[in-house]
Design a protein around this ligand. Structure first.
Ligand code: HEC
Length: 746
């Protein structure tokens, strides 16, 4: 390795001397040596001191002239050899933000400064040194999570990989715009990845030992039942303490989620204890754009013979849609040598994504493109990793070399390439005009690619089934889940997904049985219990629903949605006071809980408390409930509290929300009639009847409006239509009689 660096040094020397000549020709005084104050401090402050400051990841500080002088010989050596600053990507293969690579001019300046005896220049003209803090860089976080227990790193020995588990306990969905990690000692925690465990799966798998953290280099974590692909690189290393998301792209944190901090720990020569803290910074604005992480790999072929110095692993993936590449994260362990990725567009144009010629796991990083890279639809992503399992690889952990296979221990190998992409169009329309989340098309292409390689890839099959459910093909999903369930009869997650697909397929009785079966496998599986309770509620099994919500609440006493569900069931079971208690509790936990607001309002309307119903519904609308049913209820509450004008506004909103709902039109007709606008009322009643012509009441009401506005012929016709639909319609019959009597009298 050192020899290679030497070679680079020579090349750079030639380059810099050329730069020196051209400089001298244009600037007569360019022969004056660079000084700390003018040329060197700016280089070190932008490329070195993020690590080389007191308490930072570097072994010493380079903040002052005296520091730099003390280390100048080493600085010269390590910069010319490009050992420092740590930066793996080759120039010309992807243009990355925060590029740390020193320019030829920087290198020339450092060299000339050192040979001129490291002049300081005029101290007063030096830039102010950057400030670093060992506390939170972005100020006090909105939420601080502390690892439940500390972990002791021995003074020496191998690197360790530890997964700290953090239950989050938010009571409503939050959007995270930035994170920071305070590991304790920046020199121990080498880097860390945050994983979002949507279903607290890891904690459930380790009920007795999760608090101490779980060993392992990498983890696979499911995302629960909904389409929720990983979307962000939550990758942290000591010199970038805050991971800030681009505007409009916060990530979601829901009640019941855990965060897992996957850390790479390095012994420092002293026994150290670490108890990392995660700081979360929230925003109230939900994401406007949804990126997604795609992965290339071919772990199945990672089986490297001892001594093989050129073992190649490749993968490729065709993009069904156009995307922007935002960032890239190549990952291998100690045998990875040359890591490369590129994309070929349908017209043959090649876009380099990254090239690392001398991979070093200790210097791994996420690289974000300075400008999003457009990859047209039909582009094929390629990855090509070369491994060196010979004794000549100085990083080979085994001496003599041994056969190495795929796995997540540090003595195993890995070959993963993650690409963060943003679909150019958030949704894609098919030939019949139906819209699909573009990320689903990417996910399907990815998973189907995995299945063509390995038809027994159960994770890929599971994901394809989930995509089927979400794109309205529950029958396809059921077939896949059944097959998976036969192979893994004790898997609660598969049983739960099968139940959801059955429910979507209209077979809710089977779904009830399947959910109950899932819960017989694992009574604590929250997703299954929650879906079951909701299904029972929808099918008027109120006692069963109440029991299941109560079980949920024993496990999660602060789950606002479960309190709202229980409140709804109790209201239906004619226990209004018990229902109120639950709704109140839900709204304390989450003042915008949508079911609590609307179902509480229904209860209050039924219990003749329109005032309170009106308050609740106004909040529901403010919280984003813009559906016709909510506006209709609000109109009802407005009417009952003697606010006819507001009721009319609410009904017009209901119509705007869903113009095809006849109820909104007929309610508006009644409201207009009540304030004497018969023309308007007739128009609305007719609109309602155009949508639903079989509504005998509607025809009868239209007849009354026509009669009131002096149009007896139309009125007669309306009453007859009502009676044609329902010959027993008493009102229509009586009205028709009255009309005929009136006509006879005249
Ligand atoms: C990402 C953090 C980081 C940055 C940025 C960084 N260093 Fe370092 N530096 C380290 C670490 C960590 C070490 C200890 C050796 C190692 O682990 O690679 C180190 C070691 C050194 C050494 C001692 C080398 C030896 O042979 O022991 C020097 C000199 C040095 N750095 C100079 C610099 C200079 C000059 C820059 C900027 C041009 C810089 N570093 C940028 C993290 C950094």
């Amino acid at each position: 390795m050192r020899r290679r660096s030497q070679f680079v040094l020579n090349a750079v020397t030639i380059l810099s001397s050329f730069a020196g000549i051209s400089h001298a020709q244009t600037h007569p005084d360019a022969t004056a040596p660079p000084t700390w104050s003018h040329q060197i401090a700016p280089i070190l402050y932008s490329k070195c001191t993020t690590c080389h400051h007191p308490g930072g990841a570097g072994p010493f500080s380079l903040l002052t002239y005296e520091d730099a002088r003390r280390w100048s010989t080493q600085i010269l050596t390590v910069t010319q050899s490009r050992f420092m600053p740590p930066w793996l990507p080759e120039p010309g293969y992807g243009d990355f933000a925060d590029n740390r690579r020193l320019s030829a001019e920087d290198l020339a300046n450092i060299k000339r400064w050192a040979s001129a005896g490291m002049p300081e220049g005029i101290r007063a003209e030096a830039p102010a040194p950057p400030k670093y803090t060992s506390e939170w860089q972005l100020g006090l976080p909105d939420l601080i999570l502390t690892a439940p227990e500390s972990f002791t790193v021995p003074a020496d020995g191998q690197d360790l990989f530890r997964n700290f588990v953090y239950p989050v306990n938010v009571t409503r969905t939050r959007y995270v715009r930035a994170i920071e990690i305070l590991p304790g000692n920046a020199r121990v925690v080498h880097h860390a990845n945050i994983l979002i465990d949507r279903t607290a799966e890891l904690r459930r798998q380790h009920p007795s030992d999760w608090r101490a953290g779980i060993p392992g280099m990498g983890l696979e974590i499911g995302s629960g039942d909904r389409f929720d692909p990983d979307s962000h690189f939550l990758f942290w290393k000591p010199d970038t303490p805050a991971v800030i998301e681009p505007p409009g792209m916060p990530w979601r944190l829901d009640p019941g989620n855990d965060l897992i901090l996957n850390t790479h720990l390095k012994p420092t020569g002293r026994v150290e204890t670490v108890q990392p803290r995660i700081g979360l910074y929230f925003t109230d604005t939900p994401p406007a754009r949804a990126p997604m992480l795609l992965q290339l790999e071919h772990d199945a072929v990672l089986n490297i013979p001892a001594g093989d110095s050129h073992f190649v692993v490749e993968d490729e993936l065709r993009l069904p849609i156009a995307v922007y590449a935002l960032g890239i994260y190549p990952h291998a362990h100690y045998l990875g040598k040359q890591l490369e990725a590129w994309s070929i567009a349908p017209d043959g144009k090649r876009t380099p994504l990254i090239l690392i010629k001398d991979w070093d796991i200790d210097r791994q990083s996420v690289y974000n493109y300075r400008k999003p890279l457009l990859l047209p639809a039909g582009s094929v992503l390629h990855m090509r990793y070369v491994y060196d399992n010979s004794a000549a690889n100085p990083r080979n952990p085994a001496n003599p070399p041994v056969r190495v296979r795929n796995g997540n221990r540090s003595t195993d190998e890995m070959g993963h390439l993650w690409l963060q992409v943003l679909p150019v169009h958030a949704v894609e329309r098919n030939s019949s005009g139906a819209e699909t989340d573009s990320r689903m098309l990417l996910e399907r292409a990815w998973m189907e690619h995995r299945l063509t390689r390995d038809p027994n890839d159960s994770l890929a099959a599971y994901n394809v089934a989930s995509l089927d459910t979400m794109s309205g093909n529950p029958a396809g999903a059921i077939a896949i889940y059944r097959k998976l369930a036969t192979a893994a009869p004790k898997d609660t997650r598969i049983a739960t997904s099968l139940a959801a697909a059955e429910e979507q397929n209209g077979d809710w009785q089977s779904a009830l049985d399947t959910y109950r079966h899932a819960l017989s496998l694992d009574a604590n599986y929250t997703d299954a219990r929650y879906d079951l309770a909701t299904l029972e509620l929808r099918h008027e099994q109120y006692d069963a629903a109440a029991a299941d919500y109560r079980t949920l609440l024993q496990q999660h006493p602060d789950d606002a949605a479960a309190h709202a569900g229980l409140g709804t069931a109790l209201a239906q079971l004619q226990q209004p006071d018990a229902g109120r208690t639950e709704f109140d509790r839900a709204l304390v936990l989450d003042p915008a809980q949508p079911d609590a607001l609307t179902n509480y309002a229904s209860l209050e309307l039924a219990e003749s408390n329109p005032q309170h119903a009106q308050e609740l519904l106004t909040k529901a609308v403010a919280a984003g409930a813009h559906d016709a049913a909510t506006y209709q209820q609000l109109a009802l509450a407005d009417q009952q509290t003697q606010h006819p004008a507001e009721a009319e506004v609410a009904l017009r909103s209901a119509i705007a929300a869903d113009p095809s709902d006849p109820t909104s039109h007929s309610l508006l007709a009644q409201s207009l009639a009540a304030r004497g606008d018969l023309v308007g009322a007739i128009a609305e009643q007719q609109a309602a009847l155009r949508i639903n012509q079989k509504d005998a009441d509607g025809w009868s009401n239209l007849g009354v409006l026509h009669a009131q506005s002096g149009q007896p012929a139309e009125a007669r016709n309306d009453f007859e239509r009502a009676l044609a639909i329902d010959p027993q319609h008493a009102q229509a019959r009586a009205n028709l009689q009255r009309l005929n009597n009136g006509a006879a009298k005249q």
